[in-house]
Ligand binder design. Structure first.
Ligand code: SF4
Length: 701
């Protein structure tokens, strides 16, 4: 007799429902949950291989202090006393947390509460900074709150899907499957892909715009002008529900004075640009999805606002089958935003720059202090560690020594940091190597809590395995450190559901209707209701107990006057441009079957066999010009570092550019950590790094 548990996939932001079956001998099989509205039974290769990654190989099974096996008391006390000492001697900003979109919402909530409410610093940032922080800023500028207005079902109701900077087929595969199924059912549905690379997604699109890297804002500014000049303005919506349309149009007209100008600036033919513009103009039901190709840019916020401007002008937002749609990379990037896990946020979508919000959160938490201003964002945080300004850091469920740009600088920073605490389920990662205190965390299958997907759908992860060794859930570890720092009463959680109810109550506290995020309808869940919680989209209040599929259909936004804002955008070139020393532009991204820095997917032989080693894709003419050949090894070098990768010669890559996947860590490929090549260039508004536009040289190895 097998036991079946419903849970959620731990990989990407699609948030697929998974049914886990376990037989009497404990053997686990996984299948897609046919009732889960994110995937209706589908799983991609990564989700299907989850059962292959459940072994204990490489697990961290006990706390460690200074490289020696320890026990929980000693490890927790060492961390708590270390943080207390730093705060006492150097102030709260000498301490920082760097957390993760892999954490469950309950873990994230407790970490943010400890840092912002009780340590009294806003120095908590997250690897979600690398994933969607530009979308957060753009949403707040346009809507007055960080809201993604659409639902996945809009992909089935659209007549045109525009994918900007997204290799959806590999990075959000189940959504891609849904789009392709929708296309089979509805041959009129058109799919346009805007991407410098001819990706697997682009290969199946009706139209591929192989845009010059970094020129997306110019393309969408040109679209805004085209729509206005073609009479596509939705006058009623623009007049009643928006502000600053004329300012945005004026900026777009100076930027994109003609289609010829746009085409030249974007490296596209006039005919291709016109086809895209015509299709967008004549199709009412348009969804524009944007992902890391847009976000990971030194002007990512402006690019997103340029996209949103086009939807505001046409009033194509908040109605079925239309709207601008941010695809988040990680399984709980959205949940992290809900709890305020970015350094420039407060909990429950409240604003750290608002004195009233700070007072409100402080009162709700019964906290001694709330910082008056935002803390250090990811790249700046590790620079501050290297400079000795931050002296103690706690890294949870992430591997910044591989994943951050200029990752050798991260190593230098951690090597000299006075106290490095790391919580991880794996013993040996590039980051755990620097830890003074190591906490063994439980992982997928062992932990319970909630995550929120790209479409605002809150979904349960449920435990079905015993936790091995001395591993514990992150919320417990953080609560224990908090209590040992003297904050007993406010961190006395017994179960993740205690944390969840507090988080839900804060979301509905006082001025909830002005912030967008609201799950106050779940604040009084019984234990049983929490256990059986079904996947639902927020806002989820007493008046919307079934959740909310889409927002802004009523033309009401979250700005003070309840009107959306057009944002004037002038396109900017990426900060790094090729030069004589580094003549190639470097683009980085995912492969189909790996996740992040390989610590989990590297355990599955089936997944590992899809792409066995790091590689660089290069156009044939560049390969000839730089003397590298198909299948040989090459050294790729930048001003920050160098890697050795296998050469793949392909016309899928534009001339003048390289693509290298982001995943490999030192355990799997000693010389393949691509992020050593990228400098810490970020969007000045969001702090999101520019992973899509480095400059490098390549030579035969
Ligand atoms: Fe998991 Fe994403 Fe694949 Fe769904 S699409 S199974 S959430 S990795």
């Amino acid at each position: 007799m097998s036991q079946k548990i419903k849970t959620t996939c731990p990989y990407c932001g699609v948030g697929c429902g998974v049914i886990v079956s376990q037989d009497e001998r404990g053997a686990v099989t996984v299948a897609g949950d046919p009732d889960h509205p994110s995937n209706y039974g589908r799983l991609c290769s990564k989700g299907s291989a989850l059962a292959e990654t459940l072994g204990h190989e490489g697990r961290l099974l006990s706390p460690m202090v200074d490289g020696c096996v320890s026990d929980w008391d000693e490890a927790l006390d060492t961390a708590a006393k270390g943080f207390q000492r730093m705060v006492r001697d150097h102030g709260p900003d000498a301490v920082a947390f760097y957390v993760s979109g892999q954490l469950l919402t309950e873990d994230y909530y407790v970490a943010n509460k400890l840092m912002k409410g009780f340590i009294g610093s806003a120095n908590i940032d997250t690897n979600s900074r690398l994933c969607m922080s530009s979308a957060v800023v753009a949403h707040k500028r346009a809507y007055g709150a960080d809201i993604m207005p659409c639902s996945y079902e809009d992909l089935e109701r659209a007549k045109l899907i525009v994918l900007a900077g997204s290799n959806t087929a590999w990075c959000h595969p189940v959504l891609y499957q849904r789009m392709m199924e929708s296309k089979r059912q509805n041959p009129d549905l058109q799919v346009i892909v805007i991407d410098p690379r001819a990706t697997p997604t682009a290969e199946t699109a009706d139209l591929h715009l192989p845009i010059k890297p970094g020129s997306d804002a110019l393309l969408f500014n040109g679209l805004l002008v085209y729509l206005e000049q073609g009479g596509e303005r939705n006058g009623l919506f623009v007049n009643q529900a928006t502000q600053a349309c004329d300012e945005a149009l004026s900026a777009a007209k100076s930027d994109a004075e003609s289609i010829e100008h746009v085409a030249a600036g974007c490296g596209l033919s006039v005919e291709l640009v016109e086809r895209f513009y015509r299709l967008f103009a004549r199709t009412e039901r348009v969804v524009t999805l944007y992902s890391q190709g847009i976000n990971q840019s030194s002007s990512g916020v402006d690019k997103i606002n340029a996209i949103i401007n086009c939807h505001l002008l046409t009033g194509r937002i908040g109605r079925p089958g239309m709207g601008p749609f941010s695809l988040t990379g990680q399984p709980n990037a959205m949940g992290g935003r809900e709890v305020g896990g970015l350094a420039n946020q407060l909990a429950a979508h409240m604003a750290i720059e608002s004195a009233a919000d700070r007072e409100r959160v402080q009162r709700f938490w019964d906290a001694p202090a709330i910082p008056q201003k935002g803390g250090l964002k990811a790249v700046d945080l590790f620079s501050a560690i290297e400079a000795g300004k931050v002296r103690a850091v706690w890294i949870m469920a992430t591997n910044p020594a591989v994943s951050l740009p200029d990752s050798d600088q991260v190593r230098r920073a951690l090597a000299q940091c006075e106290l490095v605490v790391v919580s991880d389920c794996m013993a040996l990662t590039d980051t755990t190597a620097y830890a003074h205190v190591l906490f063994p965390a439980s992982t997928w299958g062992e932990r319970s809590g909630t995550v929120t997907s790209s479409e605002r759908r809150l979904s349960r992860q449920r435990a079905f395995l015993d936790t091995p060794g001395m591993a514990r859930p992150d919320w417990w570890i953080i609560s224990q450190v908090a209590q040992r720092m003297g904050f007993q009463g406010q961190f006395d959680y017994r179960q993740p559901k205690d944390v969840f109810r507090e988080h839900a109550a804060l979301s509905g506290f006082e001025n909830a209707g002005t912030r967008g995020f609201d799950i106050s309808g779940l604040a009084d869940l019984s234990d049983l209701q929490y256990e059986s919680l079904s996947p639902t989209q927020w806002p989820l209040t007493s008046s919307t107990p079934q959740g909310t599929a889409r927002l802004f259909g009523d033309g009401v936004f979250f700005t003070p006057d309840r009107k959306a804002r057009f944002v004037p955008v002038t396109h900017q070139l990426p900060r790094n441009q090729a030069d004589a020393t580094y003549p190639l532009i470097l683009n980085t991204g995912r492969v189909r079957d790996h996740w992040h820095t390989l610590t989990r997917t590297g355990l599955s032989p089936r997944l590992a066999s899809h792409t066995i080693e790091p590689y660089a894709e290069i156009h044939p003419q560049d390969a000839q010009g730089f003397g590298v050949v198909q299948g040989a090894l090459a050294q790729v070098e930048s001003a920050c570092g160098s890697v050795i990768v296998r050469v793949k010669v392909t016309t899928n890559q534009q001339q003048g550019s390289l693509f290298i996947p982001m995943h490999w860590n030192t355990q799997f490929a000693e010389t393949g950590r691509v992020n050593v090549l990228l400098p810490g260039v970020v969007d000045p508004l969001s702090g999101q790094p520019e992973f899509k536009h480095g400059r490098v040289a390549i030579q035969e190895r």
